[in-house]
Ligand binder design. Structure first.
Ligand code: SAM
Length: 172
């Protein structure tokens, strides 16, 4: 599988703190390689790196990068998630699996240039909902569920359990 990158635009550090954190954590859990966030936010970076440090993987975060900067030099295909886009079931077969993809998600109104610059404008249903939900459904479909229980080699590993909580702490 090629690399999946996320571009989060319109991030407002105070207002979107939790949502952008969840965009990053959900995309990490569902197989993305890293995230770019347009507005500088050192606290957000620190929080995500702390999760990666404990739970493993090589997910990266860089804030203060505009979508234009992230796209410059990016070699793969750009997928913009929007409720106005093409149906996800129609778009998915057209998105190449042997190239990296960059998935753009918004916060408030997304500039029209993003629609024009994207290779694919994809909707996850045509109702307004959330960047976290849209990203999670898209990633799960794109990766066919393969990322969900992939080993990240973290210090902390959660072992699936019918009841109770089983966490292996390899740092001890
Ligand atoms: N009103 C904004 C607009 O017109 O661009 C969208 C706001 S929505 C809260 C934030 C983001 O969630 C969108 O930019 C889009 O990436 C994602 N989103 C929301 N609903 C979606 C849907 N049905 N399909 C795909 N993405 C969606």
């Amino acid at each position: 599988m090629s690399d999946i990158w996320i571009m989060r635009i319109g991030h407002r550090p105070e207002r979107d703190k939790r949502v952008t954190t969840h965009v990053a954590l959900s995309s990490r859990a569902l197989g993305a390689k890293g995230i770019y966030v347009d507005t500088p936010d050192p606290v957000l970076e620190e929080n995500i790196r702390s999760v990666v440090d404990r739970f493993g993987g090589d997910y990266t975060i860089k804030t203060g990068v505009t979508w234009k900067e992230a796209m410059r030099g990016f070699k793969g295909k750009v997928v913009h998630l929007t409720m106005y886009g093409e149906r996800v079931d129609v778009a998915l077969p057209k998105i190449p699996r042997d190239e990296d993809i960059m998935i753009i998600v918004g916060a408030e109104k997304v500039p029209i240039e993003v629609y024009q610059a994207a290779d694919f404008n994809v909707s996850v249903g045509n109702q307004p909902h959330s960047e976290i939900a849209a990203l999670a459904i898209f990633l799960d479909r794109f990766t066919e569920g393969q990322a969900l229980y992939a080993d990240r080699g973290g210090k902390l590993t959660v072992v699936p359990n019918e009841r109770g909580k089983t966490v292996v702490d390899l740092s001890k």
